[in-house]
Ligand binder design. Structure first.
Ligand code: ADP
Ligand code: MG
Length: 696
């Protein structure tokens, strides 16, 4: 008997339950539910209060209620749509139950004189208050039928699994728990004690069956102590999984890379400027990591234009000087190309050979690139994520630099491990958009962070204005004046749909319109559908000052660097997210001329649209913008890393619960040191199969 009780629910398959056969088990497996414990962690989305019966006379619209009474009449009515209307009374009032879909049996059973209890939402209908398709049951003696004695949970579900089925399953599971079957309470009691939070068993029992009188509002806002108990556990599990990944990577050896004595001086001497203090500090932090022989995992955050590329270049030199290869990956081809040009001008004078690889490099060119990467002839390889595909073998990759990281997933980070041939490459990750501290702490718990908190000297803050589309003519005039006085401008076209083809088409139309309106200017068009060489030529022309106005789609969002461009028009900025707008605006304000950004919006603006435009006008500080963005959109969107699996939390919400992260970090450290045996158990419980990389 005791052995049964001790058998942890974490190791009991769902099929151990009554009425759970292979078919149901399969359905549950699709939701990641394999063990009985998994079922317990399948928490209700929300609750209904079926514990009280509301007198019909007291009903108000838009409230979920339980009512009961006697049927006065039932009729099939023919209106716009045929329906079965059942009139119910309880002595305090009457109400109509309406069924648009009904069976013959239903029609026969719902007859005058029958007594029923119903649950549903009260709505205003054709005949006053109505309940549409309520759940109902027949009762002989209304007074004798007990009401629910707990709140009724509503579970996240999947096709073919009704709420009734879920409740039935959970009732069985909770019964086991009540009988004393073991569930591993993984969080050490001393950690929980200061918070006054309940133990796991009580928390789960409560959340699956909150008692009468439980505070629904508190529960719905995830503010109940039982929820906090689970939220903290989930955050801890996520944090631990990232730390574990870091550990996995750092178990490997990495090349020892001392500072580049020979290459650094000639490189810096050839630069027209010297590094800022912030750049210098971050380079030192990186250099410390590189000299240790353990794979570096470092995230460099810096606002647009803070000079992350120079930091990357200095890190690259350390690897190159020791004879290791460096890979630099950017998320878009335009950005990768720009890096390629930039590094060419910086590094080729130093005798460093480079290779280029992107998805669009095909055939012989691809073969040739793959060959020089594999035999080590190419010392610096620049490209898009094509760089880290399986077929790309490096001779001796020492450092991987990932620019604008938030578009890449955690898995790619791990895949890099395999590219180093014995030694794992160091990883330097640079983000385009600053990440709010709370997010960075949990989303990048596996990375050390450096922040470039200073812009190079001589920058003038961009002046941002918002103008209604109706004043388009005035804006065109403004471009004319700016360009004729020697400045350059961007006109950015945006589209709601994420279709490169449609976007390109819209940009073509705009370019044509502007060419007609501004015949005296050189106007060029760049979009994602152009061939790489065409794009490169257009960008080069613009950079050389041959083009006055560049009409572009959001392809210029990241990284493009043309200091003489000092005016940017963003058409329909309300269609873009804040991070994207901030990135775009970062294309101007890079030189000494005073720069302007015109947000040319279309009325009416949505509330979120207004907030975004307001934020853009109020500040140019990327960290502030990131915080506001997080408030408006929530963390999954801000990070753009849904695919990492990280944001798919079950009960925690990084924004709402961000204030807990300092504590979680401490918990994670204590677990690692004092209770290492629970680490994997927690990860399995909360991340389950989402987190294969834990075992790499
Ligand atoms: P981001 O951080 O957005 O990637 P970049 O690396 O593209 O910024 O740098 C933006 C611009 O600032 C480039 O033109 C670059 O040459 C210039 N720059 C970088 N560092 C300095 C510096 N220390 N002093 C002056 N200009 C700099
Ligand atoms: Mg950059």
């Amino acid at each position: 008997m005791s052995t049964v009780l001790e058998q942890s629910l974490g190791r009991s398959a769902v099929t151990e339950l009554k009425h759970v056969g292979d078919k149901l088990a399969e359905k549950l497996a699709k939701l990641g539910i394999h063990s009985i414990q998994d079922l317990l962690f399948h928490l209700p989305l929300r609750y209904q209060d079926r514990t009280r019966i509301t007198p019909i006379g007291a009903l108000r619209p838009n409230v979920d209620v339980v009512i009961e009474g006697e049927i006065m009449l039932a009729d099939v009515v023919f209106g716009k749509r045929r329906s079965l209307a059942v009139r119910l009374q309880d002595g305090t009032g009457t109400i109509t139950l309406r069924f648009y879909h009904f069976s013959g049996a239903q029609k026969n059973n719902l007859k005058k004189g029958a007594r029923i209890r119903c649950y549903g939402e009260v709505r205003r209908g054709r005949a006053g208050l109505e309940l549409y398709h309520p759940e109902y049951q027949f009762v002989e003696d209304l007074a004798a039928l007990p009401t629910e004695d707990t709140l009724t949970p509503i579970y996240p579900s999947t096709e073919g699994l009704t709420q009734a089925r879920w409740r039935q399953l959970m009732t069985q599971v909770l019964m086991l728990l009540k009988k004393g079957r073991a569930i591993d309470d993984l969080i050490p009691a001393p950690l929980l004690a200061p918070y006054g939070l309940p133990d796991l068993r009580s928390a789960l029992l409560y959340l699956h069956q909150p008692p009468v009188g439980a505070n629904l509002e508190e529960l719905e806002n995830s503010q109940h102590p039982t929820q906090k108990r689970l939220i903290m556990e989930e955050l801890l599990a996520h944090n631990l999984s990232l730390l574990k990944m870091r550990e996995t990577i750092q178990q490997d050896r990495a090349p020892v890379l001392p500072p580049a004595e020979k290459l650094k001086a000639p490189f810096l001497n050839a630069l027209p400027f010297s590094p800022t203090n912030a750049q210098q500090r971050v380079v030192n932090e990186i250099q410390q990591d590189l000299s240790k022989g353990i794979p570096m995992l470092r995230l460099v955050q810096g606002d647009v234009g803070s000079g992350k590329t120079l930091v990357a270049a200095l890190a690259a030199l350390s690897a190159l000087e020791q004879g290791y290869q460096v890979a630099l990956m950017a998320p878009t081809e335009i950005l990768a190309e720009q890096h390629f040009k930039n590094f060419q001008s910086w590094f080729e004078p130093l005798g460093i050979s480079m290779a280029w690889l992107a998805g669009k490099v095909k055939g012989k060119a691809r073969q040739a690139a793959l060959e020089v990467i594999a035999n080590g002839e190419a010392q610096l390889v620049i490209g898009t994520h094509a760089l880290f595909q399986e077929e790309v073998a490096f001779a001796n990759l020492g450092l991987a630099i990932i620019d604008e990281q938030h578009r890449f997933g955690v898995h790619q980070r791990l895949a890099l491990k395999q590219k180093g041939k014995g030694l794992s490459p160091h990883q330097l990750i640079m983000t385009a958009t600053p990440i709010p501290r709370t997010l960075a702490m949990s989303a990048y718990a596996d990375l050390d962070t450096s922040i470039i908190d200073e812009l190079p000297p001589g920058r003038t803050p961009v002046n941002t204005v918002a103008i209604d589309q109706q004043r388009r003519d005035q804006i065109i005039e403004r471009i004319r004046n700016a360009c004729l006085s020697g400045r350059q401008a961007y006109w950015v076209c945006t589209l709601i749909e994420e279709s490169e083809a449609l976007e390109a088409q819209a940009a073509e139309v705009t370019a044509q319109e502007l060419k007609e309106a501004l015949p005296e200017l050189n106007i060029a068009l760049v979009h994602g559908r152009l061939k790489p060489q065409e794009k490169a030529d257009i960008m080069a022309d613009f950079k050389a000052g041959n083009t006055h106005l560049l009409v572009a789609t959001t392809v210029i969002e990241v990284g493009v660097d043309v200091p003489n461009a000092s005016l940017m028009i963003i058409e329909n900025p309300e269609r873009l997210g804040l991070a994207q707008l901030h990135q775009l605006r970062g294309r101007v304000g890079r030189g000494t001329a005073e720069s302007h950004c015109v947000l040319m919006y279309q009325t009416p603006l949505s509330q979120a649209g207004k907030l975004r435009i307001q934020a853009m006008r109020d500040t140019t500080d990327g960290f502030k913008i990131a915080e506001i963005d997080l408030e408006i959109r929530g963390p999954g969107e801000v990070l753009g890393t849904r695919q990492t699996g990280l944001m798919q939390m079950r009960i925690a919400d990084l924004q709402r619960d961000g204030y807990l992260l300092d504590d979680i970090k401490r918990w994670a450290e204590m677990c690692q040191q004092q209770a290492p045996h629970i680490v994997q158990l927690l990860i399995d419980r909360w991340l389950g199969e989402n987190i294969r990389y834990g075992q790499v």
